[in-house]
Design a protein around this ligand. Structure first.
Ligand code: KG4
Ligand code: ZN
Length: 329
């Protein structure tokens, strides 16, 4: 069964084709339009999606020899995300539905991220914990089945990726800054200088919420008044300490949730899960089995959306695309 996946919720335009659960092609255009603004500009995102979506779809068909007549399902991200950006993907899906009479299902972006781990690890026993760490979201779910997601905690302010991007901007990196901070932090480990100490927000007993705005402010005060040369000298140490604080908060919360629920399986997904230091720390420190998709499937992509739609189709749970701020799945 061929499924076409469409993802346009933020600043990645992505179209994928799956044959059952196997990826045939997963094209991703990461929009460069936002780099100088330090964050995503919604109007630019919608226009860039409009500009690229048709070309990406054509590439998928040309490179696989599959034609629209072969597609049995279209899965499109319909929430949460930037309204104008989502509308480009949804309109494209509905156009193909009208033209080729293909069923369409809406997919929650977070459901897609959770399913990204199933593209490689086909067998993960339920229930499991899912920690989504991206630019727009940081949330911990207890996943009973692919129809039952319970939010155990989420960020009360910035998402982890948002903190990477905002701190990166303060340190002179362009958007998105997560990868640059990771590279800069790696330099510190080679050439040790004095390490700043940044706070790790902890929530009260029994709650699994996250908070990263205090950490961001701590970095802001730490670098205030420093001259450019000095800042460049200590930048690797700042990146290292910042990255450690983020990792501490994520691991501590995931471990507490595991202790409290007794669930010993954890999946880590979303763009921040590309971070090798974070991946390694989770593998080493979480007391249980950790599943993390390869980096190209951690960031936004249509293959994960196609898989979520395909698995829903198999469970007979298709849903009409809708536009709603469905935060808790
Ligand atoms: O999942 P994603 O592609 O988009 C959202 O759904 O938000 O995640 C993008 C986020 C950005 O904030 C980016 O800075 C972050 O993932 N990111 C990283 C790394 N690579 C991407 N954060 C830390 N380390 C990385 N290597
Ligand atoms: Zn995402």
């Amino acid at each position: 069964m061929i499924t076409l996946g469409i993802e346009t919720s933020c600043d990645e335009t992505s179209i994928a084709l799956l044959d059952n659960e196997k990826i045939l092609v997963n094209t991703i255009y990461s929009q460069k339009e936002h780099s100088k603004y330090g964050g995503v500009v919604p109007e630019l995102a919608s226009r860039a999606h409009l500009d690229k979506i048709d070309r990406l779809a054509r590439y998928c068909f040309d490179s696989t020899g599959i034609s629209p007549a072969d597609i049995e399902l279209i899965a499109v991200t319909d929430c949460p995300g930037l309204a104008g950006a989502l509308l480009v993907g949804i309109s494209f899906a509905l156009g193909m539905h009208k033209g080729w009479n293909i069923p369409v299902t809406g997919v929650n972006h977070l459901e897609g991220h959770i399913c990204s781990v199933l593209l490689e690890n086909k067998k993960i026993e339920f229930p499991f914990l899912a920690l989504i760490v991206s630019g727009g979201h940081t949330a911990l779910y207890r996943v009973e089945t692919l129809d039952d997601f319970y939010c155990l905690g989420e960020t009360v302010d910035d998402a982890a990726g948002e903190a990477f991007d905002k701190v990166g901007k303060m340190l002179g990196f362009s958007y998105p800054a997560g990868g640059s901070i990771e590279k800069e932090a790696a330099k510190y480990e080679e050439n040790k200088t004095e390490t700043p100490v940044f706070p790790v927000a902890r929530c009260s007993q029994g709650a699994f919420h996250f908070s990263f705005s205090g950490l961001k402010t701590a970095v802001k005060y730490f670098i205030a008044g420093k001259e450019h040369t000095e800042l460049m000298h200590i930048r690797p140490a700042i990146c290292y300490a910042f990255q450690q604080s983020i990792a501490e908060a994520l691991i501590a919360n995931a471990q507490s949730a595991s202790n409290q629920t007794g669930i010993k399986r954890l999946v880590l997904v979303g763009g921040v899960a590309c971070n090798n230091n974070l991946r390694q720390r989770f593998y080493n420190e979480f007391q249980g089995d950790v599943f993390i998709p390869p980096s190209n499937l951690c960031t936004d992509n249509a293959a994960m959306i196609a898989l979520a739609g395909y698995l829903r189709f198999k469970r007979n749970k298709l849903r009409r695309p809708k536009m709603s701020p469905n935060k808790t799945l």
